[in-house]
Design a protein. Structure first.
Length: 336
């Protein structure tokens, strides 16, 4: 069957609540400027994706198993691949979409992962290593067929985190959290803020719990993890939370180790990276009050930042952070 006809047949299987097409000129702009875009990115888009844009168009598509994708416009393709919000760890791939949580969708035009140049993968913003990649389909038509036929997408990573398992060992008990009256009150406030949020703005993750490994993390990181963070981690694990201006994805167990021990940047020696944003930023804590905003303060910084004074003060503590998200407040954009 001709590829365009196949896409049309598959599209007929989508209920109206499982897709939303972009109604502006984004599709035509992408097609008209495809040559320029490919030269800018230094990559060629798979033919199956180009035919998809011609036949169906860019937009939002999902199944009924919490798998979804928003395909990027020309502007976003530039922004997230070579622009200000690019992911340096993904320079060998084309990031062409994301979901409303933490997943990025990618093409592998250099066949780095040995699944073919048209293959589609996804990765979480809190991971971004090759071993964290999840292989989804051999090309765009197979990927679209999975969504159209309401099939659950693969969630198995290409290979296990061997470095994590060999270096970070379960210490035999969950981290003890000193639940002071102040901290208990703060957690109660956080839950109220989350309860007031639109359910589309947050997701509680089922990823690997990190509390059982905190003691070893602290020893290898040589820093004490704050009780307030451990309490948030216990209640919400590696969840994602956001408003119209900012979306935060808390790091799971493997990624905490990756960013804070295994591949820690010198920049973060005295800080704790706890999350990523969908705008290619790290969220970090300053438990030793090196930046003078308090030992519970929370900051954000671009992943390609060279100095810590390029960070932005985000909130005085977790309760203030969740209040900001719940009330749709735009974060501070003035660097330290």
């Amino acid at each position: 069957m001709e590829l365009a006809n196949l896409y049309e047949k598959l599209f007929e299987k989508f209920d109206k609540n499982r897709y939303s097409l972009i109604e502006d000129d984004s599709n035509q702009y992408f097609l008209d400027h495809l040559g320029t875009l490919q030269r800018e990115l230094n990559f060629t888009f798979p033919e199956s994706f180009i035919v998809f844009v011609k036949t169906i168009g860019l937009g939002y598509f999902r199944n009924n198993h919490s798998d979804e994708i928003v395909t990027y416009s020309y502007k976003d393709l530039i922004l997230f691949n070579i622009g200000e919000d690019r992911f340096p760890e993904l320079e060998d791939y084309i990031v062409f979409g994301q979901d409303e949580g933490s997943y990025l969708y990618l093409f592998d035009p250099r066949n780095k992962l040995q699944k073919g140049k048209n293959a589609i993968f996804r990765n979480t913003m809190d991971g971004l290593t090759d071993e964290d990649m999840e292989f989804l389909a051999k090309d765009m038509s197979e990927f679209f067929a999975l969504l159209a036929n309401d099939k659950k997408l693969n969630r198995k990573r290409l290979k296990d985190e061997e470095g994590f398992d060999n270096s970070l060992k379960y210490d035999g008990s969950s981290a003890e959290i000193e639940m002071t009256p102040h901290l208990a009150d703060q957690m109660e406030q956080i839950q109220k803020y989350i309860d007031s949020m639109d359910k589309k703005k947050y997701r509680i993750s089922e990823k690997k719990q990190a509390l059982d490994y905190i003691q070893t993390l602290e020893e290898q990181h040589e820093i004490k993890y704050p009780a307030s963070y451990l309490a948030v981690l216990k209640n919400y694990q590696a969840g994602s939370f956001g408003n119209d201006h900012l979306r935060i994805i808390f790091l799971d167990r493997d990624s905490l180790f990756e960013y804070n021990v295994k591949k820690r940047k010198p920049l973060f020696k005295k800080f704790i990276v706890i999350a990523m944003t969908t705008k290619s930023e790290h969220i970090f804590l300053d438990p030793q009050d090196k930046l003078g905003k308090g030992e519970n303060a929370i900051f954000r910084i671009k992943v390609n930042a060279k100095k810590i004074d390029q960070a932005f003060y985000l909130a005085k503590d977790f309760a203030a952070l969740f209040e900001m998200l719940a009330n749709n407040v735009k974060p501070n954009d003035i660097p330290l």
